[in-house]
Design a protein around this ligand. Structure first.
Ligand code: FAD
Length: 388
């Protein structure tokens, strides 16, 4: 019949069932008819929304509220495989999971990042983290019962996920302690490896967050890399030792093991992509989210953030669907996005703009408001309810 395009059935394999993977799989399922397979693979049976972990830590969400079984995606016709991705061959577009080899016509790699907590001696043993769901859950009663002492929040080079998160953790703890009427007997400090908060978003955002820390009487020590932790004592690169009763850390990250071991990885271990299409140098293979390294004009990479993983996923899914339908694949990720900065008391600041702008990202920051907090709630709703 004239005008009808007969496409052969295609298989799209999505590695990782986090923000990037779940968004990609859903979008593809909506764009493609059921002849085409969409397969999503993750080692965990459940998706959990990391951007809500801080609310779990602060006691305003339960772990259950921010977790969904990935198998729910099967209702929509997405095939879900729970298993460890052991090997990725981007040339043949094959993936090995539990000794089975899957072949893909199109492959999307969204395996996130591995925590490199072990790179700092004693950090995992003597510190607590809100960067895992279990860690955030374990912290909730500790913060709730805190009445005095010294809370230290640290970040560590070279890179970590979500530049706002460690600062948000300090604001949320401060708010909880104020509500409990014990803030005056708890000292709080943030020691960051970076020279200023959220530096990638520019000096305005950095200055705004620094001043918010001062307003909340949270001591701030920039360019202070933690090197070693023992019971109640944290040591820094300049030899200084800081005492603490509770140490919270944002772990440094490294590329996922299976990615670093594949030919997808550059020397740094991360995957280099075209910053508009997220295409790798291998035909039909894309990388999005935390495992992709996108250099910006200022020499730093695009921050590892769910908002970017989400936006990149939509671009990649649309272009794959277009390619399958024989249409121009013209969707592009333009570097626009924003980071919420939760400050407690149901308010958040919001730094947003264009991270691809030249000569440096053009990002403006909105002061804390209830409206920005509600935008973050909407982001959570969008991912948890719409995609799962
Ligand atoms: C505490 C915290 C707060 C945050 N807050 C925000 C925020 O407010 N806003 C924001 O935009 N971003 C935030 N982020 C960052 C955001 O969560 C990440 O950038 C986002 O999840 C990245 O999505 P992704 O798909 O690349 O990776 P992920 O969501 O991490 O998904 C990767 C998936 O791959 C799976 N996987 C890894 N290796 C394998 C393997 N070998 N085999 C099988 N499966 C594997 C993992 O199990 C995981 O499910 C926050 C992060 C943290 C830790």
């Amino acid at each position: 019949m004239a005008g009808v395009v007969h496409q052969s059935a295609q298989t799209v394999v999505v590695l990782g069932g986090g923000v990037g993977g779940v968004t990609t799989a859903n979008r593809l399922r909506r764009r493609l008819d059921r002849r085409h397979r969409v397969v999503l693979i993750d080692r965990e049976p459940d998706f959990s929304f990391a951007a809500s972990y801080l609310w779990v830590m602060a006691g305003t969400r339960t772990a259950q509220q921010v977790t969904r079984p990935l198998k729910r995606l099967e209702r929509r016709g997405i095939e879900v495989v729970v298993g460890d991705v052991e090997e990725v061959d981007p040339v043949r577009r094959t993936v090995t999971v539990a000794d089975h080899v899957l072949e893909a016509d199109h492959l999307v790699v969204s395996l996130g990042a591995d925590y490199a907590t072990d790179s700092i001696e004693g950090l995992g043993e003597h510190g607590e983290t809100f960067a895992t769901l279990g860690g955030a859950e374990a912290l909730a009663p500790r913060i709730d019962s805190l009445v005095k002492g010294r809370v230290l929040v640290v970040t560590a080079a070279p890179v970590y996920r979500c530049p706002a998160a460690p600062y948000e953790s300090a604001f949320l703890i401060d708010a909880a302690l104020r509500r409990a009427g014990v803030r005056s007997s708890v000292e709080m400090a943030v020691h960051s490896a970076e020279p200023g908060p959220m530096g990638v978003a520019g000096p305005n955002v950095s200055a705004a967050v620094t001043s918010m820390l001062a307003d909340r009487s949270i001591d701030y020590r920039p360019s202070h890399q933690i090197t070693r932790v023992e019971s109640g004592r944290a040591q820094f690169a300049d030899g200084e030792v800081e005492p603490f009763d509770l140490l919270l850390y944002m772990p440094p990250i490294r590329s996922p093991k299976v990615v670093a071991a594949s030919s997808l990885a550059t020397e740094s271990g991360w995957i280099e992509v075209d910053r508009g299409t997220l295409a790798t140098s291998f035909a039909g293979v894309y990388a999005i989210g935390d495992n992709a390294q996108i250099p910006l004009s200022i020499g730093k990479p695009l921050p590892r953030a769910g908002v970017f993983a989400h936006a990149e996923a939509l671009v990649v899914a649309d272009n794959i669907a277009s390619a399958i339908k024989g249409r121009p694949a013209d969707a592009r990720f333009d570097g626009n996005g924003g980071c919420f900065i939760e400050t407690g008391f149901s308010k958040a600041g919001y730094g947003s703009g264009n991270f691809y702008a030249e000569p440096s990202p053009r990002v403006t920051v909105r002061p804390p408001s209830r409206r920005s907090h509600l935008y973050k709630v909407a982001f959570e709703y969008n991912v948890m309810r719409r995609w799962l």
